[in-house]
Design a protein around this ligand. Structure first.
Ligand code: FES
Length: 106
């Protein structure tokens, strides 16, 4: 599954990820800057915030209540396509997934 992470300056990182891992796990394993993931995926930090581009944003299952709650605490402004990358489970249908990284996570 190929995923693309775009920094605020336009620099793009492309990763090969495995189905079943989260976007956060794939990004952390590749040392992508701006995915901090302080809580390790426990939904208590909001430092794995990303903006998901279409058409993928519409394909993701909508956020559950606990993700919606943590999205109140993102450091960068929350947008309609804001998600926490630890809650995005990668699957073959998400090949080509592209997300924008926020300017800050703290
Ligand atoms: Fe902490 Fe996603 S890694 S909320």
């Amino acid at each position: 599954i190929r995923i693309h992470l775009v920094a605020p300056d336009g620099a793009e990182t492309t990763l090969e990820a495995k189905p079943g891992e989260s976007l956060m796990q794939a990004a952390v394993a590749a040392n992508v800057r701006r995915i901090e993931a302080d809580c390790g995926g426990l939904l208590t930090c909001a430092t794995c915030h990303v903006y998901v581009r279409e058409p993928f944003a519409a394909q993701l299952p909508p956020p559950q209540d606990d993700e919606l709650g943590m999205l109140e605490f993102t450091a960068a402004p929350r947008q309609a396509n804001s998600r926490l990358s630890c809650q995005i489970e990668l699957a073959p249908a998400l090949d080509g997934l592209t997300v924008d990284l926020p300017a800050t996570q703290h």
